[in-house]
Design a protein around this ligand. Structure first.
Ligand SMILES: Cc1cc2nc3c(=O)[nH]c(=O)nc-3n(C[C@H](O)[C@H](O)[C@H](O)COP(=O)(O)O)c2cc1C
Length: 268
């Protein structure tokens, strides 16, 4: 191996001199192989690339002579790229209602079934610990209340009746504006159950996976909302004590509120 980065740099300079390199060709071949392995880690920016042996210059690529590699541009004209570029957090909503088909799409994006038993979001060991609860206040054709989303049946089951927006707003540290949004999705999970399930891996993995998966669910809703030109925002800055006290029957027993995703038409 090279004794040091400096040693390698000296070698590169030697290779930059075609006459010398040809004179020691067999040795150079071995050294060149080593050099190519180390190339990304060397500072050889002082070497004049145009003076390298033609084969070396082609093989070494830009990594040999530059620390920064410019990437090809990302085309945002359609597909996933345009949704990722359009994704935004919306915190001001129009007062008018959202369609039932829109909340259905957002719930499906959060935890819905896509193919057989698989879902729209990934899950460690395919456990899918996250529950999505719709808090409806102004949804076409749906009475105000909290509804648990059942991914298997793609259906809603009533948990609590009435306008619950003040309750979910009180769970947040800085999102009182939730009282104005027509609907929201509450993500929750049984963290203790997940911890037990992954106890053989580690005492922390079960909880870690729940939080990671709530991020997946949230981002899925963000992308779906961007596609439908609807607004959403992950609210995870929660007052955990208030959330635990006030969630009550809105979410399944032993569940912890992980985040809240309002859904509605953004104010222009
Ligand atoms: C983990 C996480 C927690 C967040 N919690 C809150 C929150 O409690 N209240 C809030 O108003 N926004 C919250 N947001 C939204 C951020 O304010 C928003 O993502 C940020 O301003 C960047 O804006 P953008 O999403 O449009 O790029 C949260 C976002 C993330 C990813």
């Amino acid at each position: 191996m090279f004794k040091s980065s400096r040693h390698a740099s000296v070698l590169v300079e030697a290779l930059a001199q075609p006459v010398m390199a040809r004179a020691k060709a067999p040795t150079m071949t071995i050294e060149l192989t080593r050099l190519l392995i180390l190339a990304p880690y060397l500072d050889v920016s002082h070497v004049d690339r145009s003076s390298l042996l033609p084969g070396l210059a082609a093989t070494c690529n830009d990594r040999l002579v530059r620390n920064t590699v410019s990437l090809p541009p990302v085309h945002r004209a359609g597909g996933a790229e345009s949704l990722l570029a359009a994704r935004r957090s919306t915190k001001k909503f129009m007062s008018h209602s959202v369609a039932l088909s829109d909340v259905a799409g957002a719930l499906w994006a959060a935890t819905g079934r896509s193919d057989g038993t698989r879902r729209t979001v990934p899950s460690a060991h395919a456990v899918y610990p996250i529950t999505a609860t719709l808090v409806a206040a102004n949804v076409d054709g749906l009475a105000a209340g909290a509804y648990e989303y059942d991914p298997r049946a793609h259906a809603l089951n009533v948990r609590v009746e009435g306008d619950l927006r003040h309750r979910i707003a009180s769970m947040t540290l800085d999102a009182q504006w939730l009282i104005d949004c027509p609907s929201a999705i509450v993500l929750s999970a049984d963290i203790a159950a997940s911890t037990n399930r992954f106890a053989q891996q580690s005492s922390t993995h079960g909880e870690r996976f729940v939080w990671i998966e709530s991020g997946h669910a949230a981002h899925s809703v963000y992308l779906w909302a961007a596609h439908r030109k609807l607004g959403t925002c992950l609210i995870a800055g929660l007052d955990d004590d208030v959330a635990a006290r006030t969630a009550g029957r809105m979410i399944p027993a032993r569940h912890t509120v992980l985040g809240i995703l309002p859904l509605g038409h953004p104010q222009k």
